[in-house]
Design a protein around this ligand. Structure first.
Ligand code: NAD
Ligand code: WQD
Length: 352
């Protein structure tokens, strides 16, 4: 058995897919999630898919006492920290909730990690930290700026991690900046299950295809892009999950290459983009989804959405050079797997 990993937010969309990838790579995992945006059913299904039950603890990252009990009970090599709230619009309406959950939750987790001398962390950051990019593709040295509390909370945690790495060089802190995660596990058993009406494009399209929503509103057709609609770097969630395994392997290599007397870190704070490096427009995604699902996707053009940028796609070179990771799956795979999940689970994890 390989190292033991604590996965906060492991019941959520990206976390549940990553649990499978970690298990397949031989890691022993403990999932910690308050289920504020996920369901126990996701964990049950992951357990079925991997053929063994996952150790799941319901709890909040702001609960230091509960975290301490878990660190006493387990010897972790690293923490993968997915737990956080992620709805941009909600963050504008409830900034204190977002700063408290995402920033205070991360600080509490880091304090407990420090107390138990677990100093390897993989943090879920976002391309949102780049705001409106000055140049494309976006590399990790690009200027960071955010316009909403959700993005600010991710940026704030990155700053905390940077400061921590300066204060104590034994920390190894990888910040993975995800671009636009979409798709589902090929089994169709787990996937993205948004509460209420989806804010993001792919779940909206798939709910139109399955007949739950009437038509898609495309926010703007006058951007300076290939067809006037927004361009994003969509990445399959199973590729993204694999990126976490590669990041973990990197931390292990760094740990094993250090001599036992060397308490300084060779990782420090390390931001890495996880994207494909390719941009796809909203209309291109809609037409691929219609083709693979063989369903009509009615749409209308409406005004631009406040805060949206025209184009956003990654330079994925650093992930390839340092982690040996690159995305493999295509836009067609992303649409096929999303449709598989959506058509098998029209109401998500909720059976009714
Ligand atoms: P998700 O909402 O499906 O998963 C997050 C999980 O964290 C949920 O299961 C939720 O119940 C849990 N959680 C939230 N706050 C918690 C807390 N205080 N304590 C314990 N558990 C808590 O979201 P996701 O799409 O899987 O995203 C995972 C991470 O990746 C998030 O941090 C998100 O901000 C980040 N991210 C997501 C995207 C995206 O488009 N999905 C893009 C970039 C970054
Ligand atoms: C993609 C494109 C929309 C919905 C968001 C967060 C970001 C990150 C990923 C967490 C844009 C258009 C969308 C719709 C549309 N999350 N669109 N009609 O905005 O790139 O990124 O999710 O970190 O922080 O901001 O993703 O899927 O919302 O939008 O036309 O109903 O689809 O205008 O061009 P976005 P998205």
């Amino acid at each position: 058995m390989k190292n033991k990993i604590l996965v906060t937010g492991g019941a959520g969309y990206i976390g549940s897919h990553t649990c499978i990838a970690l298990h397949e790579a031989g890691y022993d995992i403990v999932v910690y999630d308050n289920l504020s945006n996920s369901s126990r059913e996701a964990i049950n299904r992951v357990s079925t898919l991997i053929g063994q039950s996952i150790e799941f603890i319901k709890g909040d990252t702001r609960d230091a006492e509960m975290l301490k009990q878990i660190f006493v009970a387990h010897q972790f090599f690293a923490v993968i920290h997915f737990a956080g709230l992620k709805a941009v619009g909600e963050s504008v309406a409830k900034p204190l909730l977002y700063y408290n959950n995402n920033v205070s939750g991360s600080i509490t987790l880091l304090e407990v990690m420090a107390e138990y001398n677990v100093k390897n962390l993989i943090f879920s950051s976002s391309a949102t930290v780049y705001g409106d990019p000055e140049t494309l593709p976006i590399d990790e040295n690009s200027k960071r700026s955010c316009t909403n509390p959700y993005g600010q909370s991710k940026l704030a945690v990155e700053h905390i991690l940077e400061d921590l790495s300066v204060s104590d060089q034994s920390w190894n802190l990888i910040s993975l900046r995800y671009f636009n995660p979409v798709g589902s596990h090929p089994s169709g058993q787990i996937g993205e299950d948004p509460n209420d009406i989806p804010n993001n494009l792919m779940p909206y399209i798939s709910q139109v295809a399955v007949g739950k929503l009437e038509k898609l509103s495309i926010f703007g057709n006058d951007y300076p892009t290939v067809d006037g609609t927004g361009v994003r770097d969509f990445i399959h969630v199973t590729d993204l999950a694999q990126g976490h395994v590669s990041a973990l392997n990197y931390l292990e290599q760094q740990a094993s290459s250090k001599s036992s007397s060397d308490t300084t870190s060779s990782v420090g704070f390390l931001p890495i983009n996880l994207g494909t490096g390719k941009g796809t427009s909203v209309l291109e995604l809609v037409s691929t989804f219609a083709k693979v699902s063989k369903q009509p996707i009615p749409y209308q053009f409406v005004a631009r959405r406040a805060g949206d940028v025209a184009s956003c796609y990654a330079s994925a070179d650093k992930a390839k050079a340092l982690l040996g990771w690159q995305a493999k799956l295509s836009i067609t795979d992303m649409c096929q797997d999303t449709w598989h999940w959506q058509s098998m689970n029209p109401n998500g994890y909720n059976e009714t």
